[in-house]
Design a protein around this ligand. Structure first.
Ligand code: DQA
Length: 144
């Protein structure tokens, strides 16, 4: 059983945060974001495990592992897989805990292909357009 209660899962290209289109995605690196989430978790009394992958199958394996390792909730930014992946939706549907979907940018203000999310059909909550703060708010909402 994992000692982590909240899995924060970042999808493709989010490893480039800080240098990738900073005018859209901000200047914070993924390490900065993850470090503040782990610290906030400690403050709130929950353990946070942050993972990133560029590979759909690895993200699915990680979600599947969360079904049985004690994970209570998943905060997920599936990156571009948001708009394409029925397989990630299916994996999340097989997870019994809470799911919050986060996007750094306001996807609804952007290209039409970003307006649809498969993951939103499963998510208990969705936060878009608030930058890295969205992850923090998701974690606070889960604990509340
Ligand atoms: C994103 C939005 C997606 O459309 C995009 O493909 C990403 C990042 C966001 O956090 O704003 O990679 O999920």
């Amino acid at each position: 059983m994992s000692k982590h209660q909240v899995l924060v899962l970042h999808g493709p290209n989010l490893n480039l945060l800080g240098s990738r289109e900073p005018e859209i995605y901000g200047h914070q690196t993924l390490d900065d974001i993850n470090e503040s989430l782990v610290n906030l978790g400690a403050e709130l009394g929950v353990s946070v495990n942050a993972q990133q992958s560029n590979h759909e199958g690895v993200l699915i394996d990680t979600i599947q592992a969360a079904r049985t390792d004690g994970t209570k909730a998943i905060i997920i930014n599936p990156g571009a897989f948001t708009h394409t992946s029925v397989a990630i939706l299916d994996a999340l549907n097989a997870f019994a805990g809470q799911v919050i979907e986060v996007h750094l940018s306001n996807v609804h203000k952007r290209e039409a292909f970003r307006h649809h999310s498969y993951v939103s059909q499963r998510a208990d909550g969705v936060i878009v357009g608030l930058g890295a703060r969205g992850y923090e708010l998701a974690l606070r909402a889960l604990v509340a």
